[in-house]
Ligand binder design. Sequence first.
Ligand SMILES: O=P(O)(O)OC[C@@H](O)[C@@H](O)c1c[nH]c2ccccc12
Length: 289
Amino acid sequence: MNSETELDSAVESILSTARERSVESADGAPVSVDARSLPDAIERANADGRVPVIAEVKPTSPTADGTRSDDPVELAQKMVAGGATAISVLTEPTHFGGSADALTRVREAVDVPVLRKDFVLDVEGMDLVEADLLLLIVRFVDDLESLVDAARERGFQPLVEVHDRAELETALEAGAKIIGVNNRDLARLDVDLGTFESVAPAVSELTGSGTATDGEAGVGAVPEGITLIAESGISGPADVTRMREAGADALLVGSAIMDHAEGETDVSENTRRLTRADDVGSDTSGSNT
Ligand SMILES: O=P(O)(O)OC[C@@H](O)[C@@H](O)c1c[nH]c2ccccc12
């Protein structure tokens, strides 16, 4: 564990079940994946004018207002119909209602990259299921570099999640190419979109490519070769615009698409609202102007 700070009790509980699950799956053979490229999928989205959104199949969560029991495949297909660039599938069973089986079925049913969203703590935890991308959370792992290497050996594209500048440094030193900045603080579970805005500029500083005078590209210019993702707390088009302006190559969105409280809303419409956010742009981005 990488942090001295106390964690929210829900997070403590998530981690202890993750440790048990990793022990249980320890004798699985290493998976071998032929991954669909996320950077290529992002490029395709940009080329046809869609905001790159990774839409998340998340039946519930410790902070959600309810549970959706819709078929994960149906949800994922609707998200893709709404313009999603990639799909994230929770595989954590106890706190998020996820499963490896849901991910496998989703990956068979769609042709976009699929992220395995879970709390993988060690190499043993990686072999549960094939996916195109594998989440690794800097705060929760001890030897990030060896996990990044082990993930790549299996064919996964590691998506390395950070929450502050120090963690970003750790991620870059470990050779991460796809980096997610989580706006949700996993110690307290609260969300602040200012997190992405404060961490994003450090990517070019730390990689030495690009300066504050990046000109047209603005503060948010992210160096070639790094894909930067804004994660969590994106509730509508105004937040999409805000994260894009701060340099996000893509956005990871769960709750605003799953809409747990309302239960039955159309996830394809919920996704489309975000993937088309650039069209409406400043008209609807009233919250911080
Ligand atoms: O539902 P939101 O606020 O749109 O967030 C999605 C995603 O970022 C969030 O589910 C998440 C980000 N990092 C995680 C790590 C584990 C579990 C979940 C997450």
